[in-house]
Design a protein around this ligand. Structure first.
Ligand SMILES: Nc1ncnc2c1ncn2[C@@H]1O[C@H](COP(=O)(O)OP(=O)(O)OP(=O)(O)O)[C@@H](O)[C@H]1O
Ligand SMILES: [Mg+2]
Length: 258
């Protein structure tokens, strides 16, 4: 059984037809990534899955149960956690208080485990949300979702605007969620990084699902990756010395100084 299954979604904003017969499956215990360029309809797909935007036609199943056209709290109740685009954390609350906002549900994730696993957040425990860097804010929003111990974790562009070293930390959280047995749907524009951790991939193009298959197969399709990633199709590797890369990104020195 799939954790999530959407079939034939057609979603509109007013008269604008945005999603055209979009179907996708999130298999249990796997990381599925949904890729696509700006405006392709990735966020709209997620919103359609959880009921934040109602698709006009099509069906959504959560662990085999029909959840079409149900309000968002129903998806949450069935164990779907959603981390929206743009880090919606509480700016005036401390890190610790932000983590206390979702009532902890029994499961592998507790506030203590969050601090143990992500020391960066532990160090910032008493800082206010607004004092955090973009990467720390993203980690905090993911940590908040993990504390609900969801069965399915949906993430909308968690790497957006983050330096490579921080992306690595954020993606480590996603891998940890999978290790805990969660099923993950990861929306990304960082194509290479997400294919490194994903099992399955979908490509959305102007509201149409144009490709689906294993992440391993998509990695080999250089042409498609170039088309998807456009200008940001530079090589990506978690094994590189990322701290050096990051330092270079912030210095004005050329990378090959004699
Ligand atoms: N609330 C809205 N009202 C009208 N049109 C919208 C609305 N939200 C998104 N759109 C349009 O729907 C299309 C898909 O947008 P969506 O946000 O789903 O894309 P996306 O793939 O998530 O893009 P991005 O990578 O920029 O986040 C775009 O053409 C966008 O302009
Ligand atoms: Mg989006």
């Amino acid at each position: 059984m799939s954790a999530l299954e959407a079939e034939g979604l057609n979603t509109f904003y007013g008269k604008s037809h945005i999603l055209f017969d979009v179907s996708l499956k999130v298999e249990e215990g796997m990381i599925t990534t949904l890729l696509g360029r700006n405006g392709a309809g990735k966020t709209t797909t997620l919103r359609s899955l959880v009921g934040l935007t109602m698709p006009r036609t099509g069906s959504v199943k959560i662990f085999g149960e029909d959840s079409s056209r149900q309000p968002p709290y129903r998806a949450a109740k069935r164990g779907v956690g959603y981390v929206p685009e743009g880090r919606k954390i509480f700016a005036h609350l401390t890190v610790e208080d932000n983590l206390r906002v979702p009532l902890e549900r029994p499961g592998p994730w507790t506030i203590e485990r969050v601090f143990q696993t992500f020391p960066r957040l532990a160090e910032r425990r008493t800082n206010k949300g607004r004092q955090l860097s973009g990467g720390e804010q993203e980690m905090l929003s993911i940590a908040r979702a993990l504390l609900l111990n969801p069965k399915v974790l949906i993430l909308d562009e968690p790497s957006q605007g983050l330096a490579p070293l921080i992306v690595k930390d954020v993606f480590r959280m996603v891998e940890q969620a999978k290790a805990d047995g969660m099923s993950v749907l990861l929306v990304e524009q960082n194509v290479r990084a997400s294919l490194e951790i994903a099992d399955y991939a979908y490509v959305l193009d102007h509201g149409v699902m144009s490709w689906s298959g294993t992440a391993a197969d998509l990695v080999k399709d250089e042409e498609r990756i170039q088309a998807l990633a456009g200008a940001s199709a530079e090589e990506w590797s978690f094994d590189d010395d990322l701290s050096t890369k990051e330092a270079e990104a912030f210095s004005h020195q050329p990378s090959t100084v004699a």
